[in-house]
Design a protein around this ligand. Sequence first.
Ligand SMILES: Nc1ncnc2c1ncn2[C@@H]1O[C@H](COP(=O)(O)OP(=O)(O)OP(=O)(O)O)[C@@H](O)[C@H]1O
Length: 200
Amino acid sequence: MLTFTAVSLRYPTATIFNNLTLNLPEKRVVITGENGSGKTTLLMLAAGLVMPDAGEIAFNSQPVTSQQNKRRIGISASKVALPTFFTSRELLDFHCHMHQCTLDLTMAEQLGFSPFLQTRVSDLSLGNYKKLSLLTALLHEPDLLLLDEPTNGLDDDARHAMNAILSDFTGQLIIASHDTALLSLSFDREIPMQHIRGVS
Ligand SMILES: Nc1ncnc2c1ncn2[C@@H]1O[C@H](COP(=O)(O)OP(=O)(O)OP(=O)(O)O)[C@@H](O)[C@H]1O
């Protein structure tokens, strides 16, 4: 279960969260909202990649920044940039080394990514970069998977494959999206950002 307790975050231009308390016990959650409403920021906080000014964010009762949770959490978001100097395969090897997992290329094959494993990350097309980002979120079999607009940039075949992969995912899944129509998934809870920020 993911919990935000009295979380505040202010950027120079705006207060994004003000004393937000939010419990997410549901397995499959989709967060909706217009551009700039704070969806990505919420996921970045949940991944421990953005620090709140105040408050605590925990997964299964431990801070998301704990060593144990770093291995349990997977995130794919455009703001999480991939190192460009690796080939895709090198990056996946490195990722699995860091997360102590064995590299299984089945998902890469499902997403139609196999022909691009030897391509340098800097040279990937937008859609293939997205696939690689999704692979880095998924390969270590996280217990909490945070996906920002997971279908953005994917062609039809890859989108179907992604939906199938996510249907089989057994951990907690939190998706941020302004276009849920492209996700053929059922969710236990849909929360508009307006509501999250309104109750904060
Ligand atoms: N590092 C930052 N510094 C200052 N402001 C930021 C920073 N990151 C995000 N913001 C601002 O915070 C607000 C929320 O941004 P965020 O990216 O979380 O929205 P979003 O709902 O994911 O948007 P989109 O649907 O366009 O991806 C925006 O006004 C954005 O400009």
